[in-house]
Design a binder for this molecule. Sequence first.
Ligand code: NAD
Length: 492
Amino acid sequence: MNVSKKSATKAGTALPPESDRLSKLFIAQQSASRAMVDVPLAWRLERLDRLQSLLDAHGPALADAVQADFGVRSRQLTDVADFFVLQATISQLKANCARWMKPVRVSTPIYLQPATAFIQRQPVGVVGVIGPWNYPLQLTLGPLATALAAGNRVMIKPSELTPRGSALLADLLHGAFSQDEVAVVQGGPDVAHAFASLPFDHLMFTGSTAVGRKVAEAAAKNLTPTTLELGGKSPCIVDASCSSADMKDVALKIAHGKLINAGQTCIAPDYVLLPRGREVAFQKAYASAVGRLFPTLLGNADYASILTDRHLARLKSLLDEAQSGGARVMELLPEDSGKAPPVGHARQMAPVLVFDPPAQSRLMTEEIFGPILPVLTYHSLADVTAYINERPRPLALYWFGTDSRARHEVLNQTVSGGVTVNDTLLHIAHHNLPFGGVGDSGWGAYHGEAGFLRFTQQKPVFVQSRWAMGHLFYPPYGERFQQVMGLLKKWL
Ligand code: NAD
């Protein structure tokens, strides 16, 4: 039976006319998902195997494409942040898919017994995935793997700012999957908007808060549920309990979290909150950590370039504005600075520390997304929690110290998407921790079972017993009804 375009969309929603190809792909996926509602385990595992084989066979070519898109980005970074994370994700999905897709029995309250009840877990249908450029493989293929494990069809819109990586991804996925299973759509904001306007059964967006708002608006027109993985300013608190001896290790961990991918990481520490009086110690320790991680800058393949000239110009303008507002800017230049950059390495930006940044500057109100680290100082823990709570809720929060009372205070008095204590970034790598934002940093979390359930309809099923006494509650209401209600209330 053919499914007409009209009947394939949700009631009352019209597909945008300019997106004919998108509509056709969507309708093909929707028809396929409606034709196979009950998706067997074998189908799911076989798709995960296909994805793993694609990564095994074409990992180096994908890493080269990403490297070319960035100018400089080490293969090792793509290896750990994209391929290793994906492999761990696929392994975990394969190991748990059978268990996670099973119905979950729930206990039945005494007033409904002897009925039984369970929650049936079904694929939602067609999932849309819109990805950013900073970890272009992990952030498109991770949601893809999770949505396939949950039995769904998937359409992906990767970033137009990593054109080589996105084009290769499209070729490879179209070679490995039929387009009614997995389809890739390429293009800029116009295509992305048309994509977000499709009546998906779930739309997962990873990107900036500003674009996330547009995605939420487009999805709302179709009542499409969304997962928004956004950005923000993630604070990094150095507690007074960190000794001078600890500072070296603390600064190294902060520098690593900040400078991996040259600060172009959603959960990078955006700024540091430091006990007043520790500025010199931190400055020295951070400078030495930077020197240890990146002894040279120009042409150092371990230190990523800023993606485009536009992104680099924005970072420089944030610095200029802060400096003209009175901030002290300290560029951490390695020994080879001053030399001409090798071809293709022109956008490697030296790490920068900024002390006393003006509160209203863009540096302190926008997500930085580059190798600039503002340092703010505080008197008391109450100052710290007040500062964080007066601002949009961050995607991540970092706390360093040994005083467990202070740690509890910060954990209890602040709300963030996630937390790593005494390190940076690592909560994202723990696949039993749901990963996501809160408020302006997003909604809905994925990874592990949380991700599987994000793309799963949890359908409650109530099964009445033939011995049920429900008729005792039927009208006409009289004395019998009163007696039964009285008895039931005693049982609660
Ligand atoms: P972006 O928001 O500019 O773009 C992301 C995607 O949205 C791209 O594919 C783009 O084409 C698409 N897009 C553009 N306009 C659109 C529209 N009107 N409707 C629908 N989609 C549209 O983000 P970016 O610059 O690619 O990535 C950087 C941002 O992503 C940072 O803010 C970072 O913090 C965030 N990020 C978040 C996470 C997370 O897991 N929370 C991970 C990585 C990056």
